[in-house]
Design a binder for this molecule. Sequence first.
Ligand SMILES: C[S@@+](CC[C@H](N)C(=O)[O-])C[C@H]1O[C@@H](n2cnc3c(N)ncnc32)[C@H](O)[C@@H]1O
Length: 225
Amino acid sequence: MKRLETDELWTAIDDYLADCLVPGDAALDAALEASQAAGLPAINVAPNQGKLLMLLAQATGARRILEVGTLGGYSTIWLARGLPPDGRLITLEANPDYAEIARANIVRAGLDGKVEIRVGRAQDLLPGLMTEGPFDLVFIDADKPGTPGYFQWAVKLSRRGSLIIVDNVVREGAVLEADGDANVQGMRRFFELAATDPRVSGTAFQTVGAKGHDGLAILLVTASP
Ligand SMILES: C[S@@+](CC[C@H](N)C(=O)[O-])C[C@H]1O[C@@H](n2cnc3c(N)ncnc32)[C@H](O)[C@@H]1O
């Protein structure tokens, strides 16, 4: 077999894995097409990562999910599909144009009865969710400098047994750079907080694939916040 360049190889393997285990889906494909047509950046999770989110929601029996960073609602659709019939998902998005695209994608996926998009900056919206928690699963995937603050809110909005998932924690290895950019600083500060917070137990791993070299952190809330 001809050896592919690393990125091509990762993408080809992602395609292979998706073909095997994450078959095409009209609503998800339409969400990506509509997002691309509207000019949204292609920074959604990959299909196999989206399915991981759905499986984690199902495996933990999540009934209430909070997402920080909606974009076109691609990961939202995956997460919402992991909810039981009476489950609910709140997703926060700062850009009203993106939220509009996401709304249409979520309606097309038949999930508008479960999903509520709140438009605004997460740092402004999160304090108002204290009366609506606790959430069983929180997915953090918005602006990276904001991640430490979102993580702190996620813990407050959780219960013992909740899962907190944070995307883009490796940043092509830049997470090793102590003097890295604001995105890297956000992730390094997040890791400091996660490492020293006695209420959570977590791990993180690198990912390679169609979305390049990055990583995901998964934390279990082990004590009542
Ligand atoms: C990586 S994208 C989310 C991708 C989405 N989770 C998916 O996988 O389909 C990050 C999103 O966070 C939004 N965002 C950036 N800063 C934000 C903030 N302060 N509050 C809420 N959303 C924010 C961006 O507009 C963008 O849509």
